[in-house]
Ligand binder design. Structure first.
Ligand code: C2E
Ligand code: CA
Ligand code: CA
Ligand code: CA
Length: 278
C-alpha cells in the first residue's frame, strides 16, 4: 500500500513541476513581451440603452505570443500580477488606450470614454494618480474621457482605497467597480467611496432570463445604483431578451457580444465611431 502511494506521489510530482516550469517559462516570456511589442489592445463598445449610442469602450489587453499564439489575459494577468510585471504592462495599457482615444478625438470623431482595467498591484501604488496625471497631460487627453475599472477586492483595505480613489477622482477621471456582486463590498463602503459606476458582473446577466435569482440580483443592483446616484452598466449582454430586461430595469449602459466582441482599433474606428456633426 505504501508502495502504491509512492507511485501515486511520483506520478503527481512531475506534473506539478511541469506546471511550475511552464509558469516560469511564461513569466520569462512575459518579461520580454513589452520590449518585443507583443501586446496590443482590443476595444469593446459600451452602449447607452436609451439611445443605443456608443458612449464608451473598454480596452482589453491581448498578448500575441511568438510560439503559443494568442494567450488569454485570464492566463497571463495573474502571472503578471504575482511577478510585479503588471505594473509596467499596466502603464503601457494606460498610455496606449489614452493615446488611442486622443488620436480619435483629434481625427474629428465624437468623443467617447475609454475604460481601463487596473490591477490590484497598480491600485496599491501610492504614486498611481501622479503617473496617470502625467500620462494625461503628456497626451493632452481630457480626464473626463477616462474611466478606471477596479474590483471590489481592491477596496477591502478601506483607508488605503479611500485615499487612492480620492487622489484619482481629483484628476477628474471616472471610477467604476468591475464585476460588481462577485466580491464583497459592504453597502457602507459603497455609500462612502468616491465611485461613479457599478458594472454588473456577466455571471448575473448571462442567465438572467432562466434564473429568477439572477434577475432579482440584477434588478436590485440597478435600483440600488439609481438610489446612490451611480451609473450602472451590465456586462456580458448576449441577446435581445437580456437587453429588454435591462431596459425595463432602467440600466444605463450595456456591453457584450450582442453589440460586439472586443475588436482591434482599426475595426472599432470603422464600425463604431461617428464623425462630429458641425
Ligand atoms: P473583465 O474586465 O471583466 O472584462 C470582460 C471580459 O468579458 C473580457 O474578456 C471580454 O472579452 C469578455 N466579454 C465581453 N462581453 C462578453 C459577452 O457578451 N459574453 C462573454 N462570454 N464574454 C464577454 P477578456 O478580454 O478575455 O478579459 C478577461 C479579463 O482579463 C478581464 O475581465 C480583466 O479582468 C482582465 N484584463 C483584460 N485586460 C486587462 C488589462 O489591460 N489590465 C488588467 N489589469 N486586466 C485586464
Ligand atoms: Ca473590466
Ligand atoms: Ca467585468
Ligand atoms: Ca472579470
Amino acid at each position: 500500500n505504501a508502495k502504491e502511494q509512492g507511485v501515486e506521489i511520483r506520478r503527481y510530482i512531475p506534473a506539478m513541476q511541469m506546471k511550475a516550469k511552464e509558469r516560469l517559462k511564461l513569466e520569462n516570456d512575459l518579461r520580454r513581451a513589452l520590449e518585443r511589442d507583443e501586446f496590443y489592445l482590443v476595444y469593446q463598445p459600451q452602449v447607452l440603452l436609451e439611445t443605443e449610442e456608443i458612449v464608451g469602450m473598454e480596452a482589453l489587453l491581448r498578448w500575441n505570443h511568438p510560439k503559443r499564439g494568442l494567450v488569454s489575459p485570464v492566463d497571463f494577468i495573474p502571472i503578471a500580477e504575482e511577478s510585479g510585471l503588471i505594473v509596467p504592462i499596466g502603464e503601457w495599457v494606460l498610455k496606449t488606450a489614452c493615446q488611442q482615444n486622443k488620436t480619435w478625438q483629434n481625427a474629428g470623431y465624437q468623443p467617447i470614454c475609454v475604460s481601463i482595467n487596473l490591477s490590484m498591484r497598480q491600485f496599491l501604488q501610492p504614486n498611481l494618480a501622479g503617473k496617470i496625471d502625467a500620462i494625461l497631460k503628456d497626451i493632452g487627453l481630457d480626464p473626463s474621457y477616462v474611466d478606471l475599472e477596479i474590483t471590489e477586492s481592491m477596496t477591502l483595505d478601506k483607508e488605503t482605497a479611500f485615499d487612492q480613489l480620492n487622489r484619482l477622482k481629483r484628476l477628474g477621471v471616472c471610477i467604476s467597480i468591475d464585476d460588481f456582486g462577485t466580491g464583497y463590498s459592504s453597502l457602507h463602503y459603497l455609500k462612502n467611496m468616491p465611485i461613479d459606476r457599478l458594472k454588473i458582473d456577466r455571471s448575473f446577466v448571462s442567465d438572467v432570463m432562466e434564473d429568477s435569482n439572477n434577475a432579482a440580483i440584477v434588478s436590485t443592483i440597478t435600483s440600488m445604483a439609481h438610489h446612490l446616484k451611480l451609473k450602472v452598466t451590465a456586462e456580458g449582454v448576449e441577446n435581445k431578451e437580456q437587453l429588454h430586461f435591462l431596459r425595463q430595469q432602467h440600466c444605463h449602459e450595456a456591453q457584450g457580444y450582442l453589440f460586439s466582441k472586443p475588436v482591434k482599433a482599426a475595426e472599432f474606428e470603422l464600425s463604431f465611431l461617428k464623425p462630429l456633426l458641425e
